[in-house]
Each structure stands twice: as structure tokens, then as C-alpha cells.
Design a protein around this ligand. Sequence first.
Ligand code: PBG
Length: 305
Amino acid sequence: MVRETSLSVDNLIAPLFVCEGKNVKDEISAMPGVYRLSIDTLVKEVSECHALGIPAVILFGIPDKKDALGSEAYNPDGITQRAIREIKSSTPEMAVITDVCIDEYTDHGHCGLVEGDKVLNDPTLELLAAIARTHADAGADIVAPSDMMDGRVAAIRKELDGSGHQDTIIMSYAAKYASAFYGPFREAANSAPSFGDRKSYQMDPANRLEALREVRQDIEEGADIVMVKPALPYLDIIRDVREEFDVPLAAYNVSGEYSMIRAAAEKGWIDGERAMMESLMSIKRAGAGMILTYFAREAAYLLNR
Ligand code: PBG
């Protein structure tokens, strides 16, 4: 009766990795319980998520071919585009969010086009807009740019509006920090940068005001939902954004946050279930209405019990 915060299955978004092949369910070694799935197994996973009441999934495509331009990312028949179509025909009620970025598709692993050792902001925008459009064409409900190039929300909005996708929602990774907690994801997506780091486009963990500027800019450019990422080391940022703006707010409980709890629980050092629920509750309490988490299924199962 006096509890101030409640966590519900409605708050959860399940990240899923999709790869080529048939009947693939390949466990990611740094993320026990998380798999690379081929489209056929992905479709089953999505219908199980739906049965648990999880309202949305976010897809990360892992292509067989990578090149300097990340051209598989905007191939209308690329892995992500085909996965969206299959999910929308088998479980149309599931909201499909797609990660819009090129790092999983480039041979250099950066989130933008590269010249020498520089990541180019402006020339990347056109590519991101093309990726978002192919996702919307395939039936994605929400596109989520995670690249952190400046101006990408405006570029994507313009492209979507011009191609009949006025209703496609943009969830921007607005305040995304240059974080060590993405390590296990980069193994999953094989997307670690081959040189340098992402500090020229992702944020300095020391900065708080800059997060508000990044979020404000994305809202002005047309973002419908904004995100703070990672979640647990940045609960203060989630709270700041919640107090400053009135748009829906998501937080990404990233791979490293997941793997730490799984690893410690495997060793018997902490109670994994309790640590999971406490983390998710804390993110909700900080002010996020949506939580992207690899714990989505497990947490949904407990919440439904
Ligand atoms: C970039 C992207 C990353 C994550 C989501 N989108 C990796 C990065 O910026 O290096 C990380 C998610 C996680 O760690 O769970 N496309």
C-alpha cells in the first residue's frame, strides 16, 4: 500500500540478436542465457516473449558480410529487414524496435563512416536515414538510432516523413556514454572497433549537463522517445532527464550490467534473481518508463508468477 514504485512486464523491452542460418541458437559466451538466433528461432522467441506479456523487442542484426560502408545495414533484404517481416507476419501484436547503426555491419566496427582514423559525422547521416527507411518499409514500429552522430534524428525524421512513414516512431539513444559496460555486446555482435574508440561520438561519463543538451537536441529534431544508456551507473542522469523533459523515457540496462550479475550469481556470490529485480526496480524508480534489458524474459516470468 505504501510502495512508491511498481515494476510491470509492460515496462520491459527484450533485445534480440538475429543472424543468418537455420535453427541457430548460439549462446553468447560473455552473456549466458542470451543467444544469436536465426530468423526461424527468433520468431519462436518473439512469440514466447509475447506470451509472457512483453510488449516490445529491439532487434540487432548480425550480417554475414561486413564492409567499409556497412551496406548490408540498408539492404532491403538484409538480415534485420527479413527478421522484421517475419515477426510482423507471425506475431503482429509485438512492437518491433530496430537498432539503427552501422557498427554491426562495418568491417572497421565504427558507428560512422571512416576516413583515415576519423569517424565522419555528416556523411553518415544519409546512411542512417536509409537504414531507418528500409526498417520502416519492412514494418518496424520504432527505429532507434544508437550511433550518436549529431543531426541524425532530423535526418531520419525527414526521410521517414518523405517515404510515407509519418507514423514510425523514433526512439533515440540520446544520452549514450562511452562505456566499458558494452563489452559483452561487442562480442555478441562482433562489433568492437578495429582501431581507436568511440569517444569522439559517445559521451564522457563525467558529464551530466551534456546529457541534457543531447536529449534536448534530439527532442527538437523529432525524437518521440529518448534513452539513457547504460542504466545503473547513470541513474542520476535518468532522474535528471525525467525531471527536465516530459517525453517518454527509456533506459538501457546494457550487456555488462547483465553479465556482472550473471557471473556473480553463477559463482554463488550474490542472489542473481534478487539482484536482477532490484536493478530493474531502481531503473524504474530513477524515472525510466521503459527498460531495455537482457533480463526481460526472466523478469517477466517472475512478475507474472
Ligand atoms: C551500437 C550499440 C551498442 C550497444 C547497442 N547499440 C554498442 C556500442 O555502442 O558499442 C550496446 C548494448 C549493450 O551493451 O547491451 N550499435
